[in-house]
Each structure stands twice: as C-alpha cells, then as structure tokens.
Design a protein around this ligand. Structure first.
Ligand code: HEC
Length: 125
C-alpha cells in the first residue's frame, strides 16, 4: 500500500513538473497586453485634458475649484503647474497633498505625460 501511495505521489509530482511550464509563454500569461506607454506626442487636448477629466475635474472644475486649483481649462492648469504644485501633488512629493485625493496615484505613464507637458511649458495645444 505504501509503495502504491509513494508511486502515485512520484508520478503526480512528475506530471506536475512536466506540465508546470506549459502555459509559460507571454501570450498565455498576459493575454491582454497593456499598450506600451506612448508619450511621444503629448498635447493638452489629446493627452492632458482626458487625464484631468478622468481624475481631477470632479473636484477641480472651474465651478468647484477645490483649494483654488482648477484643472479643466488649459490656462488654469498651466497656472496650477506654475503656482499651485500641480507636479508635486500628482507625484506625491513630501509636504504636498497627494492627488487625486483619496484615490490611487496616477499611472507612471500618465505621470510621465504630465511631466512632459509641464516641461514643454504647459502649452494649450
Ligand atoms: C475628491 C476630490 C479631489 C480630487 C479627485 C482631486 N483633488 Fe486635488 N485637491 C482636493 C482638495 C480638497 C484639495 C485641498 C487639499 C486637501 O484638502 O487635501 C486639493 C488640492 C490640490 C492641489 C494643491 C496641493 C497642495 O498641497 O497645495 C493640487 C495641485 C491638486 N489638488 C491637483 C489635483 C489634480 C491634478 C488632481 C487629479 C490628478 C486632483 N487634484 C484630484 C480635492 C481633490
């Protein structure tokens, strides 16, 4: 009896071992690959405005303007970049209020695009 149990154990271990890597390929592991981060063509209207609309405007619309910060017009967002710590807030810099408030941090891809837009001089394009 013990031998049979041992045999079954060894056989099933072998089967496990041999099949373990069966699905070990990129396609099976990541069937829905996330698009690579493309920050080559950052514009206000095409890139930044949608990020603000999805994450910030609910509190920082022109009407609400939480903390005096407005994120739904290019001019106000540029002003926030210069005067109100836009980058510090979204990058969760120490001493600044981490934004978006009570939500997870923006993706590294979105952060990179915001940084690039600020470095470009916050254009309205
Ligand atoms: C749920 C509401 C809410 C959301 C969403 C939100 N904010 Fe805020 N934000 C606030 C409030 C309220 C303050 C004032 C500080 C505080 O109470 O935390 C603030 C402060 C700020 C400040 C000033 C930070 C400082 O330390 O002085 C900036 C810049 C800012 N928000 C930008 C953003 C950006 C950009 C987003 C989107 C990525 C965002 N916020 C999303 C509510 C929000």
């Amino acid at each position: 009896m013990k031998k049979i149990i041992k045999g079954v154990f060894i056989l099933s271990s072998l089967a496990l071992l041999l099949s373990a890597c069966y699905n070990d390929n990129e396609y099976d592991l990541y069937p829905f690959p996330t698009a690579p981060c493309d920050s080559s063509n950052v514009t206000y209207s095409g890139t930044i405005a949608p990020i603000m609309a999805a994450n910030c405007n609910v509190c920082h619309s022109t009407a609400l303007a939480s903390a005096g910060v407005i994120t739904d017009t290019p001019q106000d967002l540029a002003a926030a970049a210069t005067n109100s710590g836009l980058w510090e807030a979204v990058s969760w810099a120490p001493g600044w209020k981490p934004m978006p408030k009570q939500a997870s941090q923006l993706s590294p891809c979105d952060l990179g695009k915001i940084k690039k837009w600020i470095n470009m001089g916050s254009p309205n394009n």
